[in-house]
Design a protein around this ligand. Structure first.
Ligand SMILES: [Zn+2]
Length: 81
């Protein structure tokens, strides 16, 4: 699929926009992810504060991977990653 024209792309974006509604995108999820993990690791309840992030993690495999990676990194005491 290297030959996608703009019209098709626009339709696809519109379709996606309708499905996501109040869901968040990967970028937005990633912006909150370190805070989310931080709260998670300190025994707080990030799901209450950021339900959409949790929702996204449930649905998005690659962000879930990022989440697990961050948890691992923070547990190893590496504050810069
Ligand atoms: Zn994602």
């Amino acid at each position: 699929m290297s030959n996608v024209n703009e019209e098709t792309l626009k339709k696809l974006v519109e379709m996606l926009a309708e499905t996501v509604d109040d869901e968040i995108a990967c970028e937005e999820c990633f912006e909150h992810l370190d805070k989310f993990v931080d709260m998670y690791l300190s025994g707080e309840d990030p799901i209450k504060v950021m339900p959409l992030v949790q929702h996204h993690l449930d649905m998005c495999n690659c962000c879930h991977e990022d989440f697990l990676g961050l948890v691992r990194a923070m547990q190893n005491g590496d504050p810069e990653t």
